[in-house]
Design a protein around this ligand. Structure first.
Ligand code: AMP
Length: 599
């Protein structure tokens, strides 16, 4: 096993976390830093710690957010800076906008837009108001949007003109809970025909004196949607107390120092983009780079270099896309300010870790967490050796173990190293999700014996490093996005030609997995390329490109268990040429082994 050793002589600044055993041993959540202390006893609000707290301090005039819009043809970068002071003022104004619309504590405010200033103002303004914020990924199609707005009982939706026209206008009647839709880039005033309000007109009328809602650590703050194998998406509810975790992990796992120029490439429509692209950097008073555009290798290298990014938090798919773009491109840039790179969301292959070392001058530090945990749990951090391919070790305040399931439904902890089992976390950290909205049973099933069961299969080695093995369920990770097969199958079976659909993640060297669908057709339809394109187009239109299948294979029949469930695992095993495992419960083997009609 090759290890990347760390030594103090390589540190550009002293890391925040240098004594692994000692810090963990002496750690106690009740005496961890309280970033909401200034709000008064018992009060806690994420926006207080992220924005209000800085208004009279040294960060007030510092740039909080640097928005990178266009790149000139000569490679110059066009940016707009927003200071902590300005963010504070706009945030308070937005709190008043919500109050003028009678939106208050506990009401749900959804965002559906790109990474523009209005997104950050809306998130912080709504949190200050005590409202619950749910960010949606702007590349979702109308179906995932409608499902989430309905499960989350959205009261206010903030979006753009283009998104409204393309994705919302047709489904507006279905969005029965939505009281107001605010459009951030409208030129007209409130549009009665559309039923929308002009964000900036409301902002202009609002003053910037808005006392913060005195929420507590147990009040709901954020609603993030995640996917399971079956059923509708799960709305994981998080509380304001999670801010303690966002702060500490920014300190320990991302090693943030106030003078950092920090870039988290994740979109705030996903949990990483919210916790570590919005909240954590603001808590630490650093300057965040916000790229308004999508991935482009030249653009990303240009941003890293021209902005002097010092801490970079990105994703394995992005790293692999940079690797694909070739060493010649990377060689045109230098990164003298870069001092720490971390990545999350999907397995980071050892080669990608080494590529960082060779090409960027720093290894990539993998870390692990998920929507439900609300913050980073297991990580490689600057001061400690990396075993490339491993996710690292649990952070202070986090106890992780590997468990095996017993037949009676309980679990036992596996003490021996290098044995595969499910990753479980001992309850007690502050950013743990508090419910799956309206799905009490699903929520309860995540816990046993004081442990949270993550659904991930891992091994722990004798040095305490965790290694990802795979998911215990059928959810798909594509380009870092968690995709529920059921949601995709539902959209496919809405197509008039489709009888049944089963969706799997097919391994892909760049994006981890691509969504592949196996589809049976209704009588009278023929499995040809024209129909395949039509079904693909239908899926993209309804689900959005990030979720829709990339590949469709027409088959005569799908394998089912005797109880009628589609056996996605069997389809996956066949796709990969792997052993099919126990197939004693497959309904009709003759049928299910029928060859594909076309592929
Ligand atoms: P999400 O809730 O969308 O953030 O997805 C969480 C899931 O992503 C985890 O349960 C894992 O399956 C996967 N994941 C996150 N980080 C890693 C990592 N470092 N290595 C492997 N898989 C990861």
């Amino acid at each position: 096993m090759t290890v990347i050793h760390k030594a103090a002589k390589d540190w550009k600044v002293d890391p925040n976390f240098v004594d692994y055993e000692g810090t963990r041993r002496g750690f106690d959540w009740s005496s961890a830093p309280d970033v909401c202390a200034g709000m008064g006893p018992g009060a806690c609000n994420i926006a207080y710690a992220a924005v209000d707290r800085h208004q009279d301090g040294p960060a007030a005039s510092r740039t909080a957010l640097r928005f990178v819009s266009a790149l000139d043809t000569d490679g110059a970068v066009a940016t707009r800076d927003m200071s902590y002071g300005e963010l504070g003022r706009l945030t308070r104004q937005f709190t008043n906008v919500l109050r003028s619309l009678a939106i208050g504590r506990g009401d749900r405010v959804f965002t559906l837009m790109g990474r523009t200033p209005e997104l950050y103002i809306s998130i912080m303004g709504a949190l200050r108001n005590g409202s619950v914020v749910s960010p949606l990924f702007s590349a979702f199609g109308p179906e995932p949007i409608a499902t989430r707005l309905s499960i989350g009982e959205c009261d206010v939706l903030i979006t753009t003109k283009a998104i409204f026209r393309k994705k919302l206008a047709k489904i507006r009647d279905q969005l029965t809970s939505v009281r107001h839709i605010l459009v951030v880039d409208d030129t007209v005033d409130n549009d009665a025909a559309r039923g929308t309000l002009n964000f900036w007109h409301l902002m202009d009328k609002a003053d910037d004196n808005a006392p913060i809602e005195p929420t507590t650590a147990d009040d709901p703050a954020l609603l993030h949607f995640t996917s399971g194998t079956t059923g509708t998406p799960k709305g994981a509810l998080h509380v304001h107390g999670a801010v303690q975790m966002h702060y500490l992990t920014g300190l320990y796992a991302l090693d943030l120092h106030p003078e950092d120029i920090y870039w988290c490439t994740a979109d705030p429509g996903w949990v990483t983009g919210m916790s570590y692209g919005v909240i954590s950097p603001l808590l630490h008073g650093v300057t965040s780079i916000v790229d308004e555009a999508e991935f482009d290798a030249t653009r990303w290298y240009t941003i890293l270099q021209s902005q002097g990014v010092s801490v970079w938090y990105t994703a394995p798919t992005a790293i692999r896309m940079l690797i694909k773009a070739g060493p010649e491109l990377a060689a045109q840039f230098t990164f003298p300010h870069l001092r720490f790179i971390a990545s999350v969301g999907e397995p980071l292959n050892a080669e990608a870790v080494w590529w960082g070392q060779r090409v960027l001058g720093l290894p990539i530090h993998d870390n692990w967490w998920q929507t439900e945990t609300g913050g980073i749990m297991i990580a490689n951090t600057p001061a400690f050796d990396i075993k490339p391919g491993s996710m690292g070790r649990p952070l202070p305040g986090i106890d992780a173990c590997v468990v095996r399931h017993r037949d009676d439904g309980s679990v036992s902890v596996i003490d021996e190293p290098d044995v595969e089992g499910e990753l479980a976390l001992k309850l007690g950290w502050p950013s743990m999700f508090r419910e799956y909205l309206h799905q009490e049973d699903r929520y309860r099933k995540c816990f046993t014996d004081g442990l949270y069961l993550t659904g991930d299969l891992v091994k722990r080695d004798s040095d305490g490093y965790f290694w990802f093995v795979g998911r215990a369920d059928d959810v798909i990770k594509s380009a870092g996005h968690l995709i529920g097969p059921f949601e995709v199958e539902n959209a496919l079976t809405d197509h008039p030609a489709v009888a049944e659909a089963a969706v799997i993640g097919k391994p892909d060297p760049t994006v981890g997995e691509v969504v592949k669908a196996f589809v049976t057709l209704k009588d009278g339809f023929s499995a040809d390329d024209e129909l395949r394109l039509d079904v693909l187009g239908h899926a993209r239109k309804h689900l959005g490109a990030a979720v829709a299948p990339k590949e469709i294979e027409f088959v005569d029949s799908l394998p089912h268990t005797r109880s009628g469930k589609i056996m996605r695992r069997l389809l996956k095993a066949r796709e990969l040429g792997l052993p099919e495992g126990d197939i004693s419960t497959v309904e009709t083997m003759a049928e299910t082994h029928a060859p594909a009609v076309s592929s």
